[in-house]
Ligand binder design. Structure first.
Ligand SMILES: [Ca+2]
Length: 350
């Protein structure tokens, strides 16, 4: 009989063949019926099955016209060895009268996450002749419960909690434009000014500015805008910090800050600049009565030449910690350096 006819007869015996036969599946040329092409959830040897009653399928092959399966027996074992000894410690159906070859649901021992299941099947033909066992097949279970996922996200592994620390503002004072009534400041913008000298031989190793404003600010150092907060309620609760060593220079330096009060009520500015020189000297400048303020901001407030001789000194509203602002917490987002993801492992078996 030509091979093509044999092949057709085996197809007809299976109710559905949705998946094409693999090239290794050769039509059987003997007389009796034999099972082949074992599939779990319609795939060959699948891994990571999440269905707790996965469906098992096979085809039957025969060299005889009109052959059909009348019974079958499924074995499912936890190891290849047990399956080789015909011991289905997970499931042994025994001989079951059935012509079904597609989608028999697993009904053996409950399956657990990552379990490996080895299985095979034998069938009986229309004349009650028993086939040999099929070649063994396998499937593995996936992670069935959310709690089985024990991996942690990597790449942002420290710290899990945001770093919360007191803001370095203890030497600073809250200040505001002297002409405004404290606690009853209109919705407005004010410009603050401060100048200081660094030694001519100063080499700045590190400099950090920390500032907060009620309600929003634009903080410039030597005409470089280094801090910005939105003018909205409570934005002062979290002081902002910036590294500003590159903006400083020997000799005269200027700080200019525009603060916007978003609603009538309290308004204020508090800031501190800590400078560490290469020779170890530490220089600190903070908001206080040596700052000046104006209600006439004008154009180019960051860069234009200012004549501050007529400006009034800023009003000191209180030390850091005074109400209504109290103590502030600086919750910085710490981004560790980019990590090279790498993990070595050995595979002991092929
Ligand atoms: Ca305010």
């Amino acid at each position: 009989m030509p091979l093509s006819v044999l092949f057709l007869s085996s197809i007809l015996l299976s109710p559905t063949v949705a998946t094409p036969l693999p090239s290794s599946a050769r039509p059987y040329t003997g007389k009796a019926l034999v099972p082949a092409y074992l599939r779990c959830e319609y795939r060959v040897d699948p891994l990571g099955i999440e269905e707790t009653a996965p469906r098992l399928s096979w085809i039957v092959e025969s060299g005889e016209r009109g052959q059909r399966q009348t019974a079958c027996r499924l074995l499912v074992a936890t190891s290849e060895e047990l399956l080789g000894k015909d011991q289905g410690d997970l499931w042994d159906t025994g001989k079951v009268a059935s012509d079904e070859t597609i989608g028999t649901p697993y009904q053996g021992q409950p399956l657990v996450s990552q379990q490996r299941c080895f299985w095979k099947v034998k069938v009986w033909d229309k004349d009650g002749r028993e086939s040999p066992w099929s070649k063994p097949a396998l499937w593995s279970m996936g992670l069935l419960q959310p709690s089985d996922w024990t991996a942690d996200w990597i790449g942002y592994d420290k710290p899990h909690q945001p770093v919360v620390q007191g803001a370095p503002l203890s030497a600073a004072k809250w200040i505001w434009h002297a002409a405004d009534a404290p606690g009853n400041v209109p919705k407005c913008r004010r410009l603050f000014y401060y100048t200081f000298n660094l030694p001519d031989d100063a080499k700045v190793r590190q400099a950090e500015v920390c500032a907060s404003a009620d309600d929003g600010m634009q903080f410039a150092i030597n005409a470089h805008l280094r801090l910005t907060t939105e003018a909205r309620n409570d934005s002062w609760r979290q002081p902002r910090k910036a590294q500003v060593a590159a903006e400083l220079k020997p000799g005269r330096n200027e700080l200019r800050v525009v603060v916007e009060n978003a609603e009538p009520g309290y308004a204020g500015l508090i800031a501190s600049l800590a400078i560490t020189l290469e020779d170890g000297r530490i220089i600190q400048h903070s908001t206080g009565d040596s700052w000046k303020a104006t209600d006439t901001i004008g154009d180019d407030w960051m860069t234009r030449r200012l004549d501050v001789s007529t400006w009034a000194a800023a009003r000191v509203l209180g030390d850091y910690g005074v109400q209504p602002w109290g103590r502030l917490e600086s919750a910085g987002t710490f981004l560790p350096p980019a990590t090279y993801f790498r993990k070595e492992f050995r595979i002991d078996k092929p």
